[in-house]
Design a protein around this ligand. Structure first.
Ligand code: ATP
Length: 310
C-alpha cells in the first residue's frame, strides 16, 4: 500500500488529520509492502492503526486516499476470485456461535476449489480435543485456533492474521509459530499484528512499527535493532571494585544491584576492537579476570519503547 489515509466521521479533514466537523484521520499516510514467502509484522501501541491497516489491505474498508493492491488487484473492488486467494483472521475471531468447529471448517472447505484437508489442519493446530465442542464451551485460546484454521482452510496465497497468538498458552503459541513458519516455507505472504515483541523478533522477515496512524520505522529485525553507537558489553566482576579502580576505567561503568562480588557491570557504546582492547587492558591493569563476558544486543522491545516514547 502507498500513502494510505483513512478517515472516519463526517466533513472533511485537513492534511494533518486535525480535521473539521468530527472527522478523524486514523491512517495518515501508511506505506508498506509485503512479499510472498515472508512474514510481515505490524507493531504498535493500542490504537496505532494496525487493524485499520489490515482492513484497508484486505478491502474491508476503503481508504480515503492512497493506493492499495492485493495480489495485483484493488481489494475493495475485487470479486470472489481474489477473495478465495486470501485468508483473513479477524481480531475477535468472527466465528458463528451455533456451528461446531469441525462442521464450520468442512463447510468453508467446500466453498474452495483446492482446500487444505480439514483433518490435517485440525492435527496441525492440535484441535482434536475440542473440534466437536459447542462453540459456547470453547476457551478464548481454542476459539483463536479455530479462527486461524478458518483463515487457512481455503489454502490462501496471502493471509492476514490480527493478533493470532493473543490469549494462547505457551504450548498453543508454539503450535501457531510453527505453523506460521511452515506457511512461510510454502511461499505464502503472511501479514500479522501482534503485541508480543518476542514473537515478532522471532517470526518477522519485515517489521513496520506504527504510531498515530503512520509507519514510523520499517526494516528487518537486524536493521531495526542495529545500534550505530555500538553495543553494550556486560561482564561479571568476581569481587568488589575499588573507587580507584573505577576511576581508571577507560569508560564509565554501571552495575546492577550494587558493587559486590558477582555483580553484572555494563559498558555502553563498545563499537570497535580498540574499545574492546581498552577494557581488556583495564582488567589487566587492575588484576581482575572477569567472570562471564558478553554483548547485549538491542532487542525489538528496546526499539519499540524508543519509538513509543518519542
Ligand atoms: N470506525 C471507526 N470509527 C471511529 N474510530 C475508529 C474506527 N475504527 C478505528 N477507530 C479508531 O482508530 C484508532 C486505530 O484503531 P485500530 O483498531 O486500527 O488500532 P490498533 O493499532 O489495531 O489497536 P489495538 O492494538 O488496540 O488492536 C483507534 O483509536 C480506534 O479507536
Amino acid at each position: 500500500m502507498r500513502d494510505v489515509r483513512y478517515a472516519v466521521g463526517s466533513g472533511t479533514s485537513d492534511a494533518m488529520g486535525s480535521g473539521t466537523s468530527g472527522v478523524r484521520e486514523i491512517l495518515r499516510g501508511v506505506d508498506l509492502l509485503a512479499h510472498p514467502g515472508e512474514v510481515t509484522v505490524l507493531l504498535g501501541p493500542n490504537g496505532a492503526g494496525k487493524t485499520t491497516t489490515l482492513s484497508c489491505a484486505q478491502g474491508l474498508v476503503k481508504p480515503s486516499q492512497g493506493t492499495v493492491r492485493l495480489l495485483g488487484q484493488e481489494p475493495f473492488r475485487c470479486g470472489a476470485e481474489l477473495r478465495a486467494r486470501v485468508g483473513v483472521m479477524l481480531q475477535d475471531g468472527g466465528l458463528p456461535q451455533s456451528v461446531r468447529p469441525r462442521t464450520l471448517l468442512r463447510h468453508v472447505a467446500r466453498l474452495h476449489r483446492d482446500p487444505w484437508p480439514v483433518d490435517d489442519l485440525i492435527d496441525r493446530l492440535d484441535m482434536g480435543s475440542f473440534v466437536d465442542t459447542a462453540p459456547r464451551r470453547l476457551s478464548g485460546g481454542q476459539r483463536q485456533r479455530v479462527a486461524l484454521a478458518a483463515s487457512l482452510v481455503g489454502n490462501p496465497e496471502v493471509v492476514f492474521l490480527d493478533e493470532p497468538s493473543a490469549g494462547l498458552d505457551v504450548q498453543s503459541r508454539q503450535t501457531v509459530f510453527d505453523l506460521v513458519d511452515e506457511l512461510r516455507r510454502r511461499g505464502l505472504g503472511i501479514v500479522l499484528t501482534t503485541h508480543l515483541l518476542e514473537e515478532a523478533q522471532r517470526l518477522a522477515d519485515a517489521v513496520h512499527i506504527l504510531k498515530d496512524g503512520r509507519v514510523v520505522r520499517s526494516g528487518t529485525v537486524a536493521e531495526l535493532t542495529e545500534d550505530e553507537h555500538g553495543r553494550r558489553l556486560i561482564f561479571v566482576a568476581p569481587r568488589t571494585l575499588t573507587t580507584q579502580e573505577l576511576d581508571c576505567a577507560p569508560t564509565p561503568l554501571t552495575h546492577e544491584g550494587g558493587n559486590r562480588p558477582g555483580a553484572r557491570w555494563s559498558v555502553d557504546d563498545v563499537a570497535t576492537p580498540e574499545d574492546l582492547s581498552a577494557i581488556a587492558r583495564w582488567w589487566e591493569q587492575i588484576g581482575m579476570m572477569p567472570g562471564e563476558v558478553s554483548f547485549e544486543s538491542r532487542s525489538l522491545e528496546d526499539v519499540f519503547w524508543e519509538v513509543s516514547s518519542s
